[in-house]
Design a protein around this ligand. Sequence first.
Ligand code: NDP
Length: 450
Amino acid sequence: MNYTHETISHLKRSSPAQAEFYQAVEEVLTSLAPILESNSKYREEAIIQRIVEPERQIMFRVPWVDDQGNIQVNKGYRVEFNSALGPYKGGLRFHPSVNASIIKFLGFEQIFKNALTGLPIGGGKGGANFIPNGKSNGEIMRFCQSFMSELYRHIGPHVDVPAGDIGVGAREIGYMFGQYKRLTGRYEGALTGKSLLWGGSLMRKEATGYGTVYFANYMLNDKGDSLHGKKCLVSGAGNVAIYAIEKLYQLGATPLSCSDSRGTIYHDEGIDVKLLKRLKEVKRDSLIHYLDAYPSAKYTPVSDYPTDGHAVWRYKADAAFPCATQNELTEQDVVALINNGCTLVSEGANMPTTREAINVLLEANITYGPGKAANAGGVATSQLEMAQNASMQRWTFNTVDEQLQRIMKNIFTNANEVSKEFGQPGNLILGANIAGFRRVADAMIEQGVV
Ligand code: NDP
């Protein structure tokens, strides 16, 4: 029986026009075919039909007033997808592309990613179709307050614990936490990614980028190799990309590129990570200003990208780290990477590689770390933040870093072992999906039909 085809047909009728969500479901179900065939209990318990339907979806109006006194209205979302393993956990994304399909694809991925960490967290995701770029601090604060004025009634430390994602960093989490506290009268860990001054965890900011690079190194170590001396391409210039670049240097590799929504920088001497932090974390400026300090670096605006992909993947390198957004690595990009000698792809972003591009990676036997395994360091460290909040403790940077490394290594080992168990050694997309699924599905069965 073709579960993938049947499920996608059903979803197209029950949840129309959600292309990214179908793409994420298709990716997971394709990997699950061997376990669904060999284990009748998952069929008898209708696990697939249950797991693709969120437990709860909240959509709400977010009205706010801009600096000119005009009333603006955005659409807010929180999808509480699966709580079999713990409170819903997953980020909030503020980006103009946000819609129900994007939030559902992210929430669905989050279920398996969170399961894979081995930690007690369920899967959820949320956000709004808000454009943070170019907004004043006051506008960001008013938007965040309005967003939380609805969201607060759905979240809490034992219910649902949102974090950051694209467009949501420590500043936005701060404004949302302030409003949560004001509305509930409680000072509690209902959000992660908080400032270090008041409840945040050391290493949370670095965790996703560092974790993605640790994961890549574990994949290489398993083959008797390492990142040391490797030339790397990185996309993105946000939280994940910046700390992936920083960790690549620490492990002896050279990151040669980064990108934002307007263009790509390629710098053959290696990206200046201090300058990148100044441009993106402090000034929140365009990457084109990288050229003010390094006129010899190459800047390609989006208008000059190849029609079938992205400029960032058309350079020669040993490894690629997509760290910006979904579907940013196309089939043609992967072909170009392979022709240029690239042998490793580790995903910092969620679903950055198109379905067709994944097939090319697998056929070419490229070392490939899928996002739900390779970028799980962020949510894992968020859970460590929850643990510190609950026990009123503050762990050192090294303590959190050691735990992050241990978790990333376990995720690699687990996904790798499962890929062998199902006869496809090294296919970590299969290994990660099955390992995550098994944990969630077994918990759902034990908790009955709820
Ligand atoms: P940020 O908002 O910090 O950075 C995103 C970066 O990607 C920015 O440089 C942004 O450009 C660029 N970007 C965003 N959307 C697009 C687009 N449509 N086209 C081109 N460039 C784009 O987000 P994060 O670094 O937190 O997130 C990056 C990815 O990692 C996302 O897929 C997210 O889901 C995933 N992720 C994040 C985690 C985290 O802990 N933050 C955890 C796990 C996964 P600009 O600067 O111009 O806005």
